[in-house]
Ligand binder design. Structure first.
Ligand code: IMP
Ligand code: MG
Length: 174
């Protein structure tokens, strides 16, 4: 099967939005430190760009979860593949996600992280597909709400391809 990509959000649009989110975080966390939990692999590009816009003291840790499913749909069964290196106890944690789709991955992650006693726990996602939501999740920072299309770029993949695109594109399966 071959696929083609069309641009949904340009590099400039994404960069401007990340700058905006960074400014919000700086206002909301003024006088505190913020601890990013970056969900591998899709969120890495977004987390790095966002981190560069944050001026309050920041630390960053990574975790990797796998939802059993095919390439375009998550099954709701989530497994921690790589856990965090550091404790999040008493920290102001911001979970950085690439995209919230059904909400299953984030809902599972939230429960797990909440049980570890962070001082606060909020969510930040570059993209949101509200039409696809199955499980409600409370997202504090959203970059863009997008239609129900499969997207790639800026860290997001289709079968591990296209993560390196500097923009967000829609995949068309021909
Ligand atoms: P959820 O559990 O259904 O919310 O799925 C979240 C995960 O599915 C994301 O972190 C992505 O890894 C993947 N995903 C969902 N939609 C897309 C998409 O349009 N493009 C690429 N990956 C996606
Ligand atoms: Mg993800």
């Amino acid at each position: 099967m071959s696929e083609t990509i069309s641009v949904l959000l340009t590099e400039e649009e994404v960069d401007a939005k990340i700058k905006e989110i960074g400014e919000k975080i700086n206002r909301d966390y003024e006088g505190r430190s913020v601890h990013f939990v970056c969900v591998l692999k899709g969120s890495v590009f977004f987390a790095c760009e966002l981190a560069k816009r944050v001026t309050v003291p920041l630390s960053i840790d990574f975790m990797s979860v796998s939802s059993y499913g095919d390439d375009t749909k998550s099954s709701g069964v989530v497994r921690i593949v790589k856990d965090l290196d550091e404790s999040i106890k008493d920290k102001d944690v911001v979970v950085i996600e690439d995209i919230v789709d059904s909400g299953r991955t984030l809902s599972y992650l939230l429960k797990t992280l909440e049980s570890r006693g962070p001082k606060s726990l909020t969510l930040c996602t570059l993209l949101d597909k509200p039409e696809r939501r199955v499980v409600e999740v409370d997202v504090r920072y959203t970059g863009f709400q997008i239609p129900d299309e499969f997207v790639v770029g800026y860290g997001l993949d289709y079968a591990q391809k296209y993560r390196n695109l500097p923009y967000i594109g829609i995949v068309h399966f021909d």
